[in-house]
Design a protein around this ligand. Structure first.
Ligand SMILES: CC(C)(COP(=O)(O)OP(=O)(O)OC[C@H]1O[C@@H](n2cnc3c(N)ncnc32)[C@H](O)[C@@H]1OP(=O)(O)O)[C@@H](O)C(=O)NCCC(=O)NCCS
Length: 164
């Protein structure tokens, strides 16, 4: 089960990828293909059962047009080596505009520095535009600011947070 239709996969980014990789939607079977380990390079993931993983996938699938979690798979191993999510928010401002929120970007340590991160962001930009978003936004640490600048993003302010 893919989370969203193939038409949301950027043909341009897909063809720019080296032939050993494929860009696609997250699938429930990715539980067995390293996706949670890739996310562990980003932050704490915790102990997630396969049942819980499938439940999350089914929820995201049920919210068509809202959750877009994409992955890059390394064909030779079948493992996920890069991930990213776009969450589409419906607003009242800007004539009921849509904003894309980029979340949880991670590339497996062994695959960093090969432009896969840049491809993930470009693929999420395509989804945002295709969905009708007037902009995509994201939060990041100062350490990663220049990565996002290279992806065409600019720093327009501060990130504020309150933990619960
Ligand atoms: C940040 C991350 C996603 C970048 O992915 P990547 O595939 O290694 O990056 P790319 O190879 O696509 O890099 C694209 C460009 O950004 C640069 N870049 C990458 N990370 C950078 C950083 N932290 N600081 C400055 N520049 C960086 C690269 O040198 C490259 O420059 P070039 O186009 O001039 O050659 C990856 O390092 C990662 O997963 N880190 C751990 C998790 C994390 O911090 N995620 C981001 C959460 S906000």
């Amino acid at each position: 089960m893919s989370l969203f239709p193939e038409s949301f996969i950027s043909p341009e980014v897909a063809t720019q990828l080296a032939p050993e990789y494929i860009l696609r939607s997250l699938k429930a079977s990715d539980y067995h293909h390293n996706v949670l380990n890739v996310l562990k390079d980003l932050t704490t993931v915790g102990d997630i059962s396969e049942a819980k993983f499938i439940e999350q996938c089914e929820f995201m699938h049920s919210r068509q047009g809202e959750y877009f979690m994409i992955v890059i798979e390394k064909i030779s191993t079948g493992n996920v080596v890069a991930v990213g999510t776009l969450l589409v928010e419906r607003k009242f401002i800007h004539e009921c505009g849509l904003v894309g929120h980029i979340e949880d970007i991670a590339v497996a340590k062994s695959e960093q520095g090969k432009s896969l991160g840049k491809k993930i962001i470009a693929a999420l930009d395509f989804i945002g535009q295709k969905s009708g978003c007037y902009k995509n936004i994201l939060d990041c640490s100062p350490y990663n600011e220049q990565f996002y600048v290279k992806c065409g993003y600019s720093n327009v302010g501060f990130e504020m947070t309150k933990r619960f």
